[in-house]
Design a protein around this ligand. Sequence first.
Ligand SMILES: NC(=O)c1ccc[n+]([C@@H]2O[C@H](COP(=O)([O-])OP(=O)(O)OC[C@H]3O[C@@H](n4cnc5c(N)ncnc54)[C@H](OP(=O)(O)O)[C@@H]3O)[C@@H](O)[C@H]2O)c1
Length: 321
Amino acid sequence: MKAIVYHEYGSPDVLKLEEVQKPTPADNQLLIKVYAASLNRSDWEGLTGKPLYARIGGLIKPNNKILGSDSAGIVEAVGKDVKQFKPGDEVFGLMLNYGGGFAEYACKSEKALALKPAGMTFEQAAAIPQAAFIALQGIREKGQVQAGQKVLINGAGGGAGTFAIQLAKLAGAEVTGVDNAEKLDFMRSLGADHVIDYTKEDFTKNGHQYDLILDVIADRSVFAYQRALKPNGSYFMAGGSVATIFQMLLLGPWIKRTTGKIIRLLLVQTDSKDLVYITELIESGKVVPVIDRRYTLSETAEALRYLGEGHAKGKVVIIMK
Ligand SMILES: NC(=O)c1ccc[n+]([C@@H]2O[C@H](COP(=O)([O-])OP(=O)(O)OC[C@H]3O[C@@H](n4cnc5c(N)ncnc54)[C@H](OP(=O)(O)O)[C@@H]3O)[C@@H](O)[C@H]2O)c1
């Protein structure tokens, strides 16, 4: 099969379209013929090897040679322990190791997989998994957003952020979106009540405080985040620098004891029930998966460059031809 392969960390130039062995599903896996895949910042991090946590699967060189966390397609074969799906089913979901999706075929576990509704295109379905998991858990499940609360989403113009804005608005919150100047109108169009250009204003220094902050791109000190939280407010970090992660692990519990404010890492759980829940919201028109650009598999390097250089408004999708 054709796949986008890389053998060293680096820029999109290290990605090559190669002919590789078609994967064989394990007993608990399904073999899926991929129709569409979507890009996430985790792919950019896996490509560049930065931040350092992106090298968990290989400190010097990537062990998993194919990037791609999210895809949608048709089940071609199932392992003997697979119970919920059968060949011919149209499905979408997340690869549990966050890799293997930028290929004509992928093996997935049924754990983070759901049936694609007939009315949803493969590209819409592929745009959902990782971004929706982060947004649902950051805003609803862990964030427990309530109507009337002030919510700030840092990195709100990207994949997870576009779902997070919509979910927070749906819950009746007053939403502030933070991203670069190119994305301010875009965040407003999704429902953000207030927008901040992070290159001009630091949301932790402007005197405003929030009940809930979801951060997909954290790089400040925990004391800055504490300052931006109301009493009993909560801050969840989905992605960002390793230094901030260490601070959070070391100082988060102490901040909770001394101030009552929660400052924590969001450890995203990959459960099909979240895919089913978000699919229902999308089918009822309450949430929209926002696709900025579409590329073919052979154009994956260009697609990742577009995301990595920070132009993507919402999701970027690879369509198989
Ligand atoms: N915790 C977990 O269990 C878990 C699981 C999966 C993924 N993740 C992580 O969650 C994150 C998800 O990100 P995503 O896919 O939504 O990323 P994305 O689509 O790239 O969106 C990130 C947005 O943040 C903007 N940005 C960059 N620097 C910023 C700054 N200093 N302040 C505010 N905004 C800034 C980017 O725009 P520009 O760059 O154009 O400025 C972009 O619009 C990734 O880091 C991923 O590794 C965590």
